[in-house]
Design a binder for this molecule. Structure first.
Ligand code: ZN
Length: 307
């Protein structure tokens, strides 16, 4: 939604609240305390976001169990932040949002964090079928200049390893060919300190993909586990180590690799540094944008409700 459309649709906070009520209570407002339906529920005067149920005489807010609950920030500012986040291909920084909606840096940072948590609030179990591509990437920064200890006594260390074998954090991504939807997850070390084991990759695929999905991979040895389970998935391989990036019959992982390119441009260009602790939230943000090209705004407001 561009800025003019946004302004026309949500000129006041009341317009935002009415829009949220329509989305959250499509079948009519329900009391969360006793389950009474619309004809027993009344708006509280002067507070359009609060209702009173005359069946159990309890009050409730339309924002219960949502990211907006108990927030003092104007809902218009929230909507603006959501819209800005959806519109910017590589995301928006807390500093930028602070300037745009005139809140403190801390508030802007918190808002973005909560919006990201809503972006990750989608059930992806067995969501993919037919043909998927799977690949991994590594995210993380180089050490700070002052921490490198390069001087006459300490000669410069060799450059950090790139790709597999690096100390950066691995992220595994799966892209469905037909719908172009993406699911990506940070691969944390198992109890032996290993990441990207065959078992780990298989588990991720098994969670997201239906049985009999065709899985396109490169020649990374951890994917060999798929060859040992042919009754679950059919693996097709493109051999990156010999410089092959696509076969004539369309086996490649270029789709998920273009997603990595965008994720990295966002992380290094907008967010600069992300700790492993929060990395999954940022990955969710990029997945949400890739998966919700149409009507992303309402999709996000629906995801805001955690039940
Ligand atoms: Zn009630």
């Amino acid at each position: 939604m561009n800025f003019l459309t946004f302004n026309n649709r949500f000129p006041t906070e009341l317009a935002c609240i009415e829009h949220f009520i329509k989305l959250r209570y499509a079948k009519g407002v329900v009391c969360p305390h006793c389950g009474a339906t619309e004809h027993k529920i009344y708006h509280k005067s002067k507070t359009p976001k609060n209702f009173n149920c005359c069946n159990c005489n309890n009050d409730f807010s339309i924002f219960t169990n949502t990211i907006f609950y108990k927030s003092d920030t104007d809902l218009r500012k929230w909507y603006f932040a959501i819209n800005a986040m959806i519109n910017s291909k590589k995301g928006i920084s807390a500093l930028q949002l602070k300037r745009e909606i005139d809140v403190t840096y801390k508030t802007a940072w918190r808002m973005l964090k909560l919006i990201r948590s809503a972006m990750g609030n989608a059930d992806m179990s067995k969501a993919f079928e037919a043909i998927v591509e799977i690949d991994e990437t590594y995210v993380g920064g180089k050490p700070h200049k002052e921490n490198r200890n390069d001087d006459d006594n300490n000669p410069p260390k060799p450059p950090l390893k790139r790709g597999r074998g690096t100390s950066k954090t691995p992220v595994v991504g799966i892209k469905e060919r037909n719908s172009k939807r993406v699911h990506a997850t940070v691969a944390l070390p198992n109890s032996d300190g290993q990441t990207l084991t065959g078992k780990q990759l298989f588990k991720i695929l098994d969670t997201v993909c239906k049985d009999d999905t065709i899985v396109m991979t490169d020649d990374f040895s951890s994917y060999n586990i798929l060859d040992r389970n042919p009754d679950k998935f059919l693996r097709l391989t493109v051999n990156h180590s010999i410089g092959q990036f696509a076969t004539r019959n369309g086996i490649h992982t270029n789709g998920i690799e273009s997603f990595w390119a965008l994720l990295k441009r966002g992380i290094y260009g907008i967010y600069h540094h992300i700790s492993t602790k929060y990395l999954q939230n940022y990955v969710n943000e990029f997945c949400f944008r890739a998966n919700n090209k149409n009507n992303a705004f309402n999709a996000l407001l629906t995801n805001c409700v955690f039940i």
